[in-house]
Design a protein around this ligand. Sequence first.
Ligand SMILES: Cc1cc2nc3c(=O)[nH]c(=O)nc-3n(C[C@H](O)[C@H](O)[C@H](O)COP(=O)(O)OP(=O)(O)OC[C@H]3O[C@@H](n4cnc5c(N)ncnc54)[C@H](O)[C@@H]3O)c2cc1C
Length: 329
Amino acid sequence: MSTTAIFVEKRNQVLCNVGLELISESKRLLDHNHKVIAIYLTSDIKDEEIVALSSAGADQIIIYQNDLFKVYDTAIYTKALEIIVKTYHFDCLLLGSTLLGRDLGPRLSARLHTGLTADATILAFETEDDDLRLLATRPALGGNLFATIICPKTKPQMATIRPGVFPVDFYENHQAELIYFNQELNVKSSVQVLNIEKTEKSHTDLTKAKLIVAGGRGVQNSFSTLKDIASLVGGELAASRAIVDQAIEPKDRLVGQTGTTVRPQVYLASGISGAIQHVSGMDKSELIIAINTDPEALIFDIADVSIISDANQVLPILKEELSHQHQHE
Ligand SMILES: Cc1cc2nc3c(=O)[nH]c(=O)nc-3n(C[C@H](O)[C@H](O)[C@H](O)COP(=O)(O)OP(=O)(O)OC[C@H]3O[C@@H](n4cnc5c(N)ncnc54)[C@H](O)[C@@H]3O)c2cc1C
């Protein structure tokens, strides 16, 4: 039976969604001849986290508890994962393409002498002669094409995958087998964490937004109206790169290949052309409404609702209508 393991990331001792996303996607793609295994490194075992991993689709959870896992340290985490991989010999190993995953993944793949595809956005598996093969797809050559990369000669086949790309499924009665991993961790880190100071959080997390009001170059002078609309519907403001490059909005509002990948319930795209680098970050949104003056704009290829019109005229009307509704609520 082949095995795909997912490193379950915790940040500030809280489970990150990306681990659940990767478990669910692997479960969706792999049939019953394959096992999806969550690797849960933690300083404290939380029942609700075990339940979350299990109901996201994990068949097994390897629980490795150690006080050393309280604060992320590359050397300690690499060593811990190295021991686990060398014990269980997974066919594939997936990590989130987060700050932590981007640090840990390459170091681990070098330690294990195996290949890694970084920053993938699409996953697929195929089986050849009973051998599981990972196909990880990512934007390549400046985003002008998508490359599917395979590293079949060494194991585990590794990839880091962007957060927010896959939905999390819930398998209500799914029970994962729990494996308590007790091996001693003999590792000396050259890093000593003296203190952790949090900076003021100005960062916007678009991945959690249910409603996104996004604007591009076509509405570059209407961002205050877009902001008002976003606030009236309780959503988040987002932008294309044309806007971020002009410093009209900060980078944490950028959607797309070099920004954030989002999948909200509603994505309103005003004055955005629909370049592949933008679309690859939002095309999984449940409902896409696009406003553009150009009937040939690429954004209309993926829009559920297409409004061929001047957004600078439509947006104030929409804002007024929403304010009106708001006052009567
Ligand atoms: C390596 C690389 C990575 C990139 N990464 C990203 C990324 O992460 N995110 C991203 O967004 N881009 C990214 N880009 C840039 C991307 O290729 C596009 O250039 C960018 O998305 C265009 O932004 P835009 O649609 O706002 O502007 P434009 O392409 O200029 O389009 C403006 C649109 O507004 C319409 N319009 C004009 N006036 C109006 C009006 N009054 N009302 C309604 N519509 C109007 C026009 O018809 C047009 O379709 C990347 C590019 C490269 C090379």
